[in-house]
Design a protein around this ligand. Structure first.
Ligand SMILES: C[S@@+](CC[C@H](N)C(=O)[O-])C[C@H]1O[C@@H](n2cnc3c(N)ncnc32)[C@H](O)[C@@H]1O
Length: 282
């Protein structure tokens, strides 16, 4: 018998319900919504994010800070179906795996022969991932790797599906495009990418103070890590520019009610599933 699917919500309210507060917030920062994602964040002006993430994972060494993202197989169903339909054993990549809160629920919904390459900038994250009871070293290769700087530890044309879950928001915006291109280069010609990250006007965006604003929709948290928020049209354009054809791209809009306080939190996530664009016939 198939295990029961967890409830999955992604359309609890309309995006327009976020726009009044969101536009007010941006006008205090003097930032316009535009379809540009290419504004740079000067690397010389900003501390490198690696040490902040290394400290983050050693401060949360129980690996329970990020709850298992059991909704991911449903939100990426097109890619999961692709992986389940392959005749050979699937190979997946997760960029910015942390301790595995996305990777393990994804692997659970895939054939048992699926192997994974997991990378993270923080050695402490990779140690935590390797220490998880579900970590199977015969199937998961975990590497310390900075997606902005290092080559991926997997050759071109080896990955069926790459997952980028709440990681692009952590890298400088000037590296968004090169990150996607680097991932595309290791995908097989029929490979896919699945992206989920903070959406424009997510509740957590509107909580940042003006002094935390870095550039466009990017903020720096108190611990030194970056947090970018993804406007849908600009994100679609970014994936197309990086050489992908869009399969699905949307805001996932989720209402969370705090059971203790009754406070309603409106979360906005940007979700993209895309496949490698075939080479153009000349
Ligand atoms: C918000 S956590 C998400 C972890 C996991 N994907 C999940 O959904 O639970 C972001 C992760 O990206 C990693 N990260 C940040 N910058 C990175 C970079 N330049 N290269 C690789 N990993 C990075 C961080 O160490 C962290 O583990």
């Amino acid at each position: 018998m198939q295990p029961a699917q967890p409830a999955y919500f992604d359309a609890d309210f309309e995006f327009s319900e976020l726009e009044v507060d969101g536009c007010d917030f941006l006008s205090t920062l003097n930032v316009q919504v535009s379809s540009s994602t290419t504004n740079s964040l000067s690397s010389s002006a900003s501390p490198p994010p690696g040490p902040a993430w290394t400290k983050f994972h050693s401060d949360h060494s129980s690996a329970k800070f990020f709850r298992p993202k059991r909704y991911l197989p449903q939100s990426f169903s097109a890619a999961i179906d692709h992986l389940c339909g392959l005749s050979a054993s699937p190979v997946i990549l997760e960029v910015g795996s942390g301790a595995g809160a996305a990777l393990f629920p994804l692997l659970k919904s895939l054939p048992a022969s699926t192997s994974a390459v997991a990378i993270d900038i923080a050695p402490t994250a990779i140690d935590l991932l390797r220490s998880q009871p579900k970590f199977d070293a015969s199937l998961i290769a975990a590497h310390v790797c900075d997606i902005c700087v290092d080559d991926l530890p997997t050759p071109p044309n080896t990955i069926d599906v790459a997952f980028l879950v709440f990681c692009l928001s952590a890298v400088p915006p000037s590296t968004f495009l090169s990150t996607l291109i680097k991932i595309r280069n290791v995908l097989k010609p029929d490979g896919m990418i699945c992206f989920r990250d903070y959406g424009l006007y997510d509740m957590t965006m509107l909580r940042f103070k003006p002094f935390q604003h870095v550039v466009d929709f990017t903020f720096r948290r108190g611990d030194g890590t970056l947090s970018s928020f993804f406007e849908l049209e600009a994100t679609k354009a970014l994936f197309v520019e990086a050489g992908f054809d869009l399969v699905e791209a949307k805001y996932a809009l989720v209402k969370n009610v705090n059971k203790k306080t009754g406070q309603c939190m409106r979360r906005c996530f940007t979700s993209v599933v895309a496949k490698v664009k075939p080479p153009q016939n000349c």
